[in-house]
Structures are given as C-alpha cells and as structure tokens.
Write a protein that binds this ligand. Structure first.
Ligand code: BGC
Length: 287
C-alpha cells in the first residue's frame, strides 16, 4: 500500500513547508502545494512547557532541522507557521491556549530569525480552513465555507468564494453568557462528562448562532472531535451540510504551507524544482 507521504510531487509541483504549533505538539512537513499531499515525513516534537516564544522558536528550529536532514530546503521555499491565536501582520494578538507571553510578539519575525529564512505566520484554524476548503473536504465548494476545529479549543476558519476572512475566532462567541470553547471543545466535553448526544444538543445551539451570523453553504468539522463524527452525526442539526475534515491532523501543516505560498507566490515558483525533487526522494524512502 502506498503511504500518504508517498503521493508526492512531480518536479512540476510546487512545494512549501508547513509548521503547526499546538498546545501539545509542534509538527511540520514539506507539502505538495498542488495536491496537499505531504512531501516529506511529518516531524513532531512535544511543545515545550512553558510554551514561551523563545522556547517554541527553538522547537520550531529543531523540527525544521530534522526535516532538512533528508530534504533540501531552498532559501526561497515558502514557509508558514500556524499558531493558536489571532495573528495580525505576523503578530500574535491573543493567546487562549498558549503562553500569555506570546501576546504582542511577532511570530513571523521570531521564527524568521530562528530559521534564518522568511516565515509567514497565520492562525492555526485559518490554516486548516485554507487546506480543507481548497484541497480537502471543501474542494470545489462555492460560496461560504466554515471550518470548525474542535479539540483543546474551538478554532474557526471562514472562506468566502475561496477568500479567507482571517481571525474569525468563533470559538469565543458567548452562548448563554459563556465562552463557547470553554463549554463545547473536545477537552470541555470530557471535563463536563457530557455524552455525545448531550454535547451535540448544546453544539446545535452554537451552530444555530453561527449559521445566523454567516449563513455558510458548507460546514467542515475538524479536530479530534471530528474523528468520531459517527458517534453524534445523527444528533447534529444544521441548515448547511456538515462534512468531516479530510486532512485531519495535518490540515494545519498543509494550510500553513499554502498560506506562505500565497504570500510569496514568486518564491514558491522558484522553490519548486529543488524541493520537489528532494521530496520525491524522501517520499520514496517512506514507502
Ligand atoms: C484560539 C484560536 C485557535 C483555536 C484552536 C482558540 O482558543 O483563540 O485562535 O484557532 O483555539 O487552536
């Protein structure tokens, strides 16, 4: 059987590097920007505790150095990093599930300095939404696509006719006076001891609010909770169809690489030959 990573680039495909910074792990891989397939092995290192900017930057460097052992990383390779907070022009504005000392720090500058190359920083759920809407569960969908990633927190990503509306942060809307994420994330469901039916019934109220705000044409559910959709699918109610994410735990990596290529289209064109050739060699090794 071919592994996922082996569905790799031809020389003509563009390649980028995606990094996903989460509360528990820092993950990265080369990504075929045309198909979304991973073009190297996925490297994961545990997120340092406390997850301060300098500590995370060192971990990011460690992860990228590990990828560089088997892969050429040309200077103009698009590199993107997704983080769990509002990101404005590369700067972290909020930090619900990472160390508060991130607030005000430019993740783009910090990671660029740590890696010695340009890095684009985006919100993690925005990254996942770009990946799913463009190449995954929402491929070909038109209109308004809403992705919700439900895990430690609730992240949201909104695309309108393929264009991202960044930093929607729908995980933090208030339902009955309480932060939705705090009541309905995967971690919150476990903390509250809610069975799937009870959770889905509350989640429906949340979904009804969101549908009232943005009237999505398609809702994609990602994150840990989406892996067991069969346990509660029958209880969910929505106007828009709900589908599970396709890329699951690599959506953030894929989307971060895509976001970086969007920001640096010329660099990504130049990067295609060397990185794709090297990724092909690495993919073969992963078979
Ligand atoms: C953060 C979002 C993030 C989401 C998922 C939330 O707590 O505010 O920025 O996208 O968690 O990680």
């Amino acid at each position: 059987m071919r592994s996922y990573a082996s569905a790799v680039a031809t020389k003509a495909d563009r390649v980028g590097l995606g990094i996903d910074i989460g509360g528990t792990g820092v993950k990265a891989a080369l990504v075929n920007l045309t198909t979304g397939a991973l073009a190297s092995k996925r490297v994961r290192v545990v997120t340092p505790k406390p997850s301060t900017p300098d500590a995370v930057a060192q971990t990011v460097k460690q992860v990228v150095d590990t990828i560089a052992v088997d892969n050429a990383l040309p200077a103009d390779l698009p590199v993107g990093a997704g983080l769990p907070g509002v990101i404005k022009r590369g700067q972290v504005m909020t930090a619900a599930n990472i160390d508060k000392s991130w607030i005000g720090v430019s993740a783009a500058v910090l990671f660029s300095e740590a890696l010695g190359r340009g890095v684009v920083a985006v919100n993690d759920a925005d990254a996942a939404a770009i990946a799913e809407a463009r190449l995954g569960a929402g491929k070909g969908a038109t209109g308004t696509v809403l992705l919700l990633t439900i895990g430690t927190g609730i992240g949201s990503g909104l695309l309108v006719d393929g264009q991202l509306v960044p930093n929607t942060e729908f995980g933090h809307i208030e339902i009955k006076g309480r932060d939705a994420e705090h009541q309905l994330s995967g971690v919150a469901r476990e903390r509250r001891g809610l069975r799937w039916k009870a959770w889905a019934q509350e989640f429906n109220v949340y979904l009804a609010h969101l549908e009232g705000y943005v009237w999505p044409d398609l809702i994609i559910l990602g994150g840990g909770v989406s892996k067991v959709l069969d346990k509660y699918r029958e209880y969910l109610k929505s106007t828009a169809p709900i589908v599970p994410a396709q890329f699951l735990n690599v959506a953030g990596i894929i989307g971060a690489a895509l976001a970086a290529a969007d920001a640096h289209p010329i660099a990504s064109r130049a990067a295609r030959t060397t990185a794709a050739a090297s990724a092909g060699a690495s993919g073969a090794a992963n078979r």
